[in-house]
Design a protein around this ligand. Structure first.
Ligand code: SF4
Length: 713
């Protein structure tokens, strides 16, 4: 008999509800959940083929099905039991911690993990071991958005919701190919445009993406010049009298310094720096400022930047200056890349955070968390962010790494450093559902984890909505749930360290979530009015404190912000060019991004031939004039080289890019796109080229701009 189980899509931050069909312990189908408020039954190509990635035939070939251990690097891994595997891991971690201190170990996690998984790992690192070296691939995804919200509005909380698409009159999309990266949200944008043809849509993106097809205006700005654009827009708003002085006076602080800063961002200068026409700048500014309701949507083009925080803050400045916030259809709305980057932040799953949006740098917050967990203290020593963690491992400072549900040997920038780190570390644990990721090749110990269709827990999507993830079938092989692996390891480590034996009493994901819920009491994301039973009935948005019957779709409607004085803060950050400008040696700006039908390193989507129909192979896209100048024809193989490495890939002409720009999709791994570091180390994928330079505030790397040269192979 076929059983139906409601769950959530594991791919992007839209957070679509799915209904999984299963029979005899096998997943047999999937359809969109018509009652889920993120998608109302719709699914994109990735979501609608999820069941095909979980057939026994695919699982046998792709999944890690039992713990495995390597006697030496490069040796074939050998199977072992769970007890032996976790005892071995606990012994090696205890040995490193005892000999070199807690900061000699690090945990690198994933926005694909469920909130419950994240919570246990965070408590393990910061509560039991006493290191803040816990970071996640959300650092590569959302950390600039987090920092931007906190600097301006006072809290890491998108103040808007998907319903606002139906109320907005001006949609300002920046650095987001929503049509491909968040397809079901894009369907809602199309619906909104159909229902209200007067809706004006502005797309700001160096590339002419599919999202531009719906735009009334496309500003193809030069890569990395967003801050200059936004400052120039504010300059024009002030000149034209389009700001809202009464709102600024009543609800904000810091405007005078910003107004002084943007005085020099004249239309002439902005047009020259951003490479756009002055009349287009004026048109975009008028639409933003004078529309009855302006909603901005933004994503990796804003975040993956050496000035990512400044970009986020500069855009939010515009919302505050024009009072386009706290109303239906108005506000700054960051789109989450991964399915649970938001949930990870809620439990403090970054090296600078603590549970329930507390800050590690805040002594009172550290004391609160220590008291809640019943540990002596949370160390004040800042943890290492993703880039710093792998650099520290490459330098020998971090000696043991635990990597869960992510593939840094493909997805992190500056692959040569990441691979040096994985080679030099004394002990590398990889906790994974999929056996063939590039990172698995570096593991001393491989731990099989459950994945979509097998897991229970929760995720939070872009609009602060918490949904249940449910198991439709039993775990494959010997795979265990991520929270369970972390908690079991923690208990064994506690025994060896002689402390913290009672910290991990969990028996179910719900018991973990209930503890997490208590940490939120009185915080901006208070969910003490929620429980699993309520989430069984329907997904819920936070905050939802005790006594409330539903969450809040919009924040700051009363004009009070999450700062100490209740006022939003303007941020006057000057424009800075990309970290690695192109020059005579490296004359092209390389951009990276998603394809419509692939996800991350393709460990799941890469198992389905039909998902290669849209884009079948890796290519580098270039402007036709650049190709003509370099005597290149479509399909020619070229070396694309940066200061760090080189890959060989076919080239194709694209009318979507400006001159001196190039684009390669991020998904292609070692099977598709081989390369070499500048010292001859074998590398793979576009991250052989990308730079580790990052935003000084958010520590998010500049994956959207690398200076490269392109030469015929
Ligand atoms: Fe899944 Fe995102 Fe597609 Fe929705 S839009 S089905 S969450 S990949």
């Amino acid at each position: 008999m076929t059983t139906e189980t409601r769950s959530t899509c594991p791919y992007c931050g839209v957070g679509c509800g799915v209904v999984i069909a299963s029979r005899d312990g096998q997943i047999t189908g999937v359809r969109g959940d018509p009652e889920h408020p993120a998608n109302f039954g719709r699914l994109c190509t990735k979501g609608s083929t999820l069941h095909l990635t979980a057939t026994p035939e695919v699982t046998r070939q792709t999944r890690l099905l039992q713990p495995m251990q390597r006697a030496a690097r490069g040796a074939a891994p050998q199977p072992l039991g769970w007890d032996a595997a976790l005892d071995s891991a606990a012994a090696r971690f205890a040995s490193v911690i005892t000999a070199h201190g807690p900061d000699a170990v690090g945990f690198y996690l994933s926005g694909q993990l469920l909130t419950e998984d994240y919570y246990v790992f965070n408590k393990l690192a910061k509560g039991l071991i006493g290191t803040n070296n816990l970071d996640t691939n959300s650092r590569l995804c959302m950390s600039s958005a987090v920092a931007g919200y906190k600097q301006t509005l006072g809290a890491d909380a998108p103040p808007t919701c998907y319903d606002d698409l139906q109320h907005t009159e001006c949609l300002f999309i920046v650095g987001s190919n929503t049509a491909w990266a968040h397809p079901i949200l894009f369907r809602r944008i199309e619906d909104a445009k159909r229902a209200n043809p007067a809706l004006q849509i502005v797309v700001v993106d160096p590339r002419r993406t599919d999202t531009c097809e719906i735009a009334d205006l496309h500003l193809a700005l030069l890569p990395g010049t967003d801050v200059m654009l936004f400052h120039g827009m504010l300059h024009l708003m002030l000149r034209e009298g389009w700001t809202q002085p009464a709102y600024i006076a009543a609800h904000t602080s810091g405007f005078d310094a910003l107004a002084a800063l943007v005085r020099e961002c004249t239309p002439e200068r902005v047009a020259a720096v951003c490479g756009i026409a002055q009349d287009a700048l004026l048109q975009a500014t008028r639409l933003f400022a004078t529309s009855p309701a302006t909603l901005s949507l933004y994503c990796m083009g804003m975040n993956q930047s050496s000035s990512g925080t400044a970009k986020n803050a500069a855009l939010i400045n515009l919302h505050l200056a024009t009072a386009q916030i706290g109303r239906h259809g108005a506000g700054p709305f960051s789109l989450t890349g991964q399915p649970n980057a938001m949930g990870g932040r809620e439990v403090g799953g970054l090296s600078n955070l603590l549970p329930a949006h507390r800050d590690l740098a805040n002594a009172a917050h550290r004391a609160e968390v220590a008291a809640f967990w019943g540990v002596e203290q949370i160390p004040a020593q800042p943890g290492k962010s993703a880039i710093e963690m792998f650099e520290a491992a490459a330098d020998g400072e971090i000696r043991a790494l635990w990597i869960a549900c992510t593939n840094p040997a493909q997805s992190m920038p500056d692959q040569a450093t990441v691979r040096r780190a994985l080679q030099r570390a004394e002990f590398v644990v990889v906790q994974e559902a999929f056996a063939g990721t590039a990172t698995c090749a570096f593991a001393d110990l491989l731990l099989p984890a459950t994945t979509w269709g097998e897991k229970e827990g929760t995720v939070t999507n872009s609009e602060r909505r918490i949904s249940r993830v449910r198991a439709a079938v039993p775990p494959s092989g010997m795979a265990r749930h991520d929270w369970h692996i972390a908690a079991d390891f923690a208990c064994r480590l506690a025994e060896r360290l002689g402390r913290g034996a009672a910290l991990f009493p969990y028996t179910t994901p719900e018991s973990v979530w209930n503890e997490h819920r208590e940490t939120t009491r009185g915080r901006d994301l208070d969910i003490t009015g929620m429980d699993y039973a309520m989430l069984e009935a329907a997904p819920q948005q936070w905050p939802l404190p005790a006594g409330a019957t539903q969450g809040r779709p919009r924040l700051y409607e009363d004009g009070r912000f999450a700062t100490t004085d209740g006022r939003a803060r303007f941020v006057a950050a000057p424009y800075q060019a990309v970290a690695e400008p192109r020059d005579d040696h490296y004359p092209f700006s390389l951009n990276t991004g998603r394809l419509r039908d692939q996800w991350h390193g393709m460990s799941r989507t890469g198992t389905l031939g039909r998902l290669f129909g849209h884009v079948p192979e890796p290519v580098v896209q270039m402007h036709a004039q650049d190709m003509a100048r370099h005597r290149l024809a479509d399909g020619d193989l070229v070396h694309v080289s940066s200061r760090r490495g080189s890959i060989v890939v076919p080239v194709v002409a694209s009318a979507d890019l400006g001159a001196s720009q190039a684009f390669i999709a991020m998904h292609w791994g070692p099977e598709y796109l081989g390369g070499r570091s500048s010292t001859g180390m074998a590398l793979a994928g576009v991250n052989a080229l990308t730079t580790p330079q990052h935003c000084p505030v958010s520590k998010q790397p500049e994956l959207k701009h690398t200076a490269v040269k392109i030469l015929k192979a």
